[in-house]
Design a protein around this ligand. Structure first.
Ligand code: ADP
Length: 397
């Protein structure tokens, strides 16, 4: 791996110290670019953003804080890591620079080559983690925005159903009733009476169906309430439930790790598990092994849990894999005898992303599929609950 360092320092001696320290590093290949003024530094950084900027605090015409600010303006889409070099007695200024976005500072003349490399590596790692967290935050924000947009569409459908469909129905019912009362007795044959009643009856029935649809859809509306919960307990319960229902499959639950507590919405995760587990059963009609794996998969970035549901069933053709999480998409190898609507996995992905997580699938046709969900454990518990909707996306199984 090669790391691009841009050193902005007007002292040739300090430039030499840095070049030597980095060129002799056995572990990392540093590409060192050196300039002596802030203007040159900004130009270089704008032309091609370096991984890390090592800057002297006192540069002619510009101090470290100003240079950092200018860098942020120029490299807005990918601000590089920054380490400040300062003279003895100027630590207060260096701390000020750190408040303005630098990750570390070193006092000139008092650091070893190894300390310099460590400082640069740590600054790079801090920036990498911050970017990853930002990407995660954006992902969650997008998932929440999509959920809100979907809710808005649903609300529009509600008002369409209530006003635009029920209004005309009322007119049909009223007119049918009116005709029955107002038509002269000699015109009102028994056949006509029956027809008018059947119009009223059909219109009323349709009104009832619209009401049922509204209630059913509203009933599925759900709030994402994150709370401390134990995923391992939920997985155990769900696997056991399914075990009782299917005698053609052998379930294996493999738990690696101890701490599966996280800030999640239990109802949503139950839906995720229900969908993945019932798909594993449904798409392995000949029976076979279903392996559920739960592992604490903590990274430097965060504590997270990995949940994998693996079956040895039909599998998914490679050409369907990229679209498998799209709403209404069903793979080409699904026989007509296996019923489904193609909305379960879309809902699963949305719920997982609302939790700041990811879902992936690996599959080989004829051999089986493995769905892997990663869930960060420490996303903050909501103060204001986010809505998850709309209902029709929920699998109707
Ligand atoms: P549905 O099962 O109602 O069709 P889903 O959204 O749950 O909808 O799944 C979408 C499609 O993904 C399915 O139609 C099927 O083609 C494929 N699929 C999902 N899970 C599996 C699985 N475990 N094995 C094989 N194919 C699967």
């Amino acid at each position: 791996m090669s790391v691009r360092v841009l050193q902005v320092d007007d002292s040739a001696a300090d430039q030499l110290v840095v070049r030597r320290a980095l060129e002799r590093d056995p572990d990392t290949r540093w590409t060192v670019e050196q300039v002596s003024t802030a203007e040159e530094g900004l130009e270089r950084a704008t032309a091609s953003i370096p991984d890390v900027v090592l800057m002297d605090f006192h540069l002619p015409g510009m101090n470290g804080v100003e240079l950092l600010r200018a860098l942020r303006g120029r490299c807005a889409e990918r601000v590089p890591a920054a380490v400040i070099l300062t003279g003895t007695g100027n630590e207060r200024l260096a701390v000020e620079a750190m408040r303005s976005g630098a990750q570390d500072y070193l006092v000139k003349g008092s650091f070893t080559p190894e300390r310099l490399r460590q400082s640069l590596r740590a600054a790079l790692e801090t920036v990498r983690l911050a970017r990853a967290l930002e990407a995660r935050r954006l992902q969650t924000e997008n998932a929440e925005r999509e959920a809100r947009e979907a809710l808005a569409v649903r609300d529009e459908l509600f008002s369409l159903a209530t006003h635009d469909l029920k209004g005309p129905l009322q007119i049909i019912t009223l007119n049918a009733q009116l005709l029955r009362v107002k038509l002269p007795a000699e015109v009102m044959t028994p056949a006509l009476t029956t027809r008018l009643s059947s119009i009223s009856h059909a219109a009323m029935r349709m009104g009832e169906l619209i009401d049922q649809f509204l209630v059913a859809t509203r009933g599925r509306e759900q709030l994402l309430h994150r709370e401390r919960m134990d995923l391992a307990a939920l997985v155990h319960t769900k696997v056991r439930e399914l075990e009782l229902m299917s005698n053609r499959h052998a379930f294996h639950l493999n738990v690696k790790g101890k701490d599966f507590m996280g800030n999640w919405d239990p109802k949503s995760l139950e839906r995720v598990l229900d969908n993945l587990l019932s798909n594993a059963v449904k798409y392995s009609p000949a029976g076979g092994d279903i392996l559920v794996m739960l592992a604490a998969d903590t990274t430097a970035l965060e504590r997270q849990v990995r949940l994998c549901v693996e079956d040895s069933g039909l599998g998914i053709p490679p050409e369907d894999l990229p679209r498998i999480f799209e709403r209404f998409h069903r793979a080409s190898n699904v026989p007509t005898s296996i019923a489904g609507s193609g909305v379960g996995l879309a809902s699963v992905r949305r719920l997982v992303e609302l939790h700041g997580g990811t879902i992936e699938v690996k599959s080989q046709p004829g051999r089986g599929s493995a769905f892997t969900v990663m869930l960060p454990q420490d996303m903050p518990v909501d103060t204001v609950p986010q809505e998850v909707g709309p209902g029709p996306e929920q699998d109707a199984r």
